[in-house]
Design a protein around this ligand. Structure first.
Ligand code: SAH
Length: 240
């Protein structure tokens, strides 16, 4: 038997709730996945947990799903932001996908001194990747993906109590050095060119920023994002 479809809908989920489908969703469920009336599927909306649902009406341009019962409560990730400098399109999409699988509360693309201006992001596309990743990994929460923000401005406007895991390539080969501090955190990953000396100076002067090493080799930014998330989740997050 084919595995059960898991679909994100931007609609409240609750017992007996009918969920109308958009044209695209109907095309996907009935055209691509070939679901028939009565077929069961799982729904998430990022707020109400996971629900078992059945196809009540299947049409070419629309349809209706009926919520039956909750199968999992909303499970929030730790209060962790992933800040990273956009790289090439597919690799940026990879970072967003992996961030959702690894468990983050927010994804923040940041412009740093050495971020290539050609690496533009499409926030809506990245948000759609986050939704797909949540559907696929069994998650019930979809982290918001921000528009590109300047690293400077984010640091200037930094929330009290949030720690920053500053992944600094000059510490290559040092012990990781992640301090054992509970509470909200953010991870910061630089672009292919790394951080500028000015950025490094600025970051080193901030009491909430903790420079961290990711081992004895230089990792590509996309690898570094996954490695940093692993280290953080293992030490301070919901893997422990
Ligand atoms: N061009 C730089 C490397 C940039 S790697 C150089 O040659 O030094 C891209 C980003 O990944 C870095 O800015 C950093 O945030 C992270 N990173 C990669 N390897 C790392 C390591 N061994 N330790 C800490 N951070 C690392």
């Amino acid at each position: 038997m084919a595995s059960k479809v898991r679909l994100y809908v931007d609609h409240p989920l609750g017992e007996g709730q009918s969920v109308p489908l958009s044209r695209d969703q109907a095309h996907y469920l009935f055209g691509v996945m070939r679901l028939a009336e009565g077929t069961r599927l799982s729904l998430i909306n990022g707020r109400d947990g996971e629900w078992d649902a059945a196809v009540a009406k299947a049409g070419k341009k629309g349809g209706i799903l009926q919520c039956l019962q909750q199968t999992a409560p909303l499970q929030m990730p730790p209060d962790l932001w992933l800040m990273f400098a956009p790289i090439r399109k597919e690799r940026t999409a990879f970072i967003v996908e992996k961030a959702v699988e690894m468990g983050v509360a927010r994804v923040c693309p940041v412009q740093t001194d050495y971020t290539q201006s050609a690496n533009r992001i499409r926030q809506d596309k990245l948000q759609a990747h986050a939704v797909e990743a949540a559907e696929q990994c069994g998650g019930t929460f979809v982290p918001p993906v921000d528009d590109l923000a300047k690293l400077d401005s984010m640091l200037a406007d930094w929330p009290a109590d949030r720690q920053l895991m500053f992944c600094d390539e000059v510490l290559i080969g040092d012990p990781v050095g992640l301090p054992d501090i509970d509470g909200p955190w953010a991870i910061l990953i630089g672009p292919e060119g790394g951080f500028s000396p000015a950025e490094r100076d600025q970051l080193r002067g901030l009491s909430f920023a903790h420079p961290v090493s990711l081992g004895p080799r230089i990792l590509r930014a996309d690898t570094a994002a996954v490695a940093a998330l692993t280290v953080w989740q293992q030490a301070l997050g919901d893997w422990a």
